[in-house]
Design a protein around this ligand. Structure first.
Ligand code: B16
Ligand code: MG
Length: 216
C-alpha cells in the first residue's frame, strides 16, 4: 500500500508553541510558590493540559481538589491563549510550508493530529489552516497519545486506510500512538528520544515527498 495521507502533530512539528506553554505553566507554578524548569517542561510535550497540570503540581509537592485544579488549568490556558493570539506566519517552523505545498500539489491528503484544544487558533494565526483537509485536536479526541485514537480519527475523516498514512511527531508518546495505529512514523527531534520511529530528522527541511514514499 502506498502513501495517501500525512498527519501532522502541531506543537514541536509545525510550530514551537512549547515555549509559550512553558511561560504560562511557569507563571502558574510561581503563583503557587514554586518554580518549574525547562527540563521539566520537556516532559510535557504532547501531554494533555490536565495531565500536564497533575505532573506540575506533583513536582511542586502540592495537591488540590479537582475543582481547584480545573480553575488552575483555566488560568494557565488564559495566559497561554493571550500569548498564542500574537502568533504570526513567521513562527511556522522551517521546511513546513515547502513540504505542505509539495504534498498538496501531489494530491496527498493532509490532516492534523494534535492534543491541543487551541490548535484551530494557532493554525488560523499562522496561516496554516488552508493546507488541512481534516483537523483532529483535543476537542475532538480526549484519549491522550500514546492512545492511537487521534491518528485513527484523522485517517477516518480523510477516508484513507491507516496503513497508507505517515505521522510527523516530536513526542515519543506520539510516535508510539502512530505505531499503534499501524502508520509510518517520522520523528522530529533526537534519535535518542524518538528511536522507535521509522525515520528521525531534526526538522522538516530534511523531508520531501520522495523521502516519505521511500518508507513504503
Ligand atoms: P492545550 P501537540 C500539545 O500539542 C502540547 O505539546 C502539550 O504541551 C499541551 O499540553 C497539549 O498540546 C495540550 O494543549 O492546553 O492547548 O489544549 O504536540 O499535541 O500539538
Ligand atoms: Mg508535539
Amino acid at each position: 500500500m502506498g502513501l495517501e495521507a500525512c498527519l501532522f502533530d502541531l506543537d514541536g512539528v509545525l510550530v514551537d508553541t512549547a515555549k509559550y506553554h512553558y511561560l504560562a505553566w511557569k507563571q502558574l507554578a510561581n503563583s503557587l510558590g514554586f518554580d518549574f524548569s525547562e527540563e521539566e517542561n520537556e516532559q510535557l510535550k504532547g501531554i494533555s493540559r490536565v495531565e500536564s497540570l497533575r505532573k506540575i503540581l506533583a513536582w511542586g509537592g502540592v495537591d488540590f481538589p479537582q475543582e481547584r485544579q480545573d480553575e488552575l488549568a483555566a488560568l494557565k490556558n488564559g495566559w497561554y491563549v493571550e500569548m498564542i493570539s500574537e502568533m504570526t506566519a513567521n513562527e511556522v517552523l522551517p521546511g513546513s510550508i515547502k513540504l505542505l505545498e509539495e504534498l498538496k500539489s501531489n494530491h496527498i491528503k493532509i490532516g492534523l493530529g494534535s492534543a491541543s484544544k487551541n490548535a484551530k487558533l494557532i493554525l488560523d494565526n499562522t496561516g496554516l489552516i488552508p493546507y488541512f483537509d481534516a483537523l483532529v485536536d483535543g476537542n475532538i479526541v480526549n484519549k491522550s497519545k500514546p492512545d492511537p485514537a487521534v491518528f485513527l480519527k484523522g485517517a477516518e475523516l480523510l477516508n484513507v486506510d491507516p496503513k497508507s498514512c505517515v505521522v510527523f511527531e516530536d513526542a515519543s508518546a506520539g510516535v508510539e500512538a502512530a505505531l499503534r495505529a499501524e502508520m509510518k512514523a517520522i520523528g522530529i527531534g533526537a534519535e535518542k528520544d524518538l528511536g522507535k520511529a521509522h525515520l528521525v530528522v531534526s526538522d522538516l527541511t530534511h523531508i520531501d515527498l520522495k523521502t516519505i514514499q521511500n518508507l513504503f
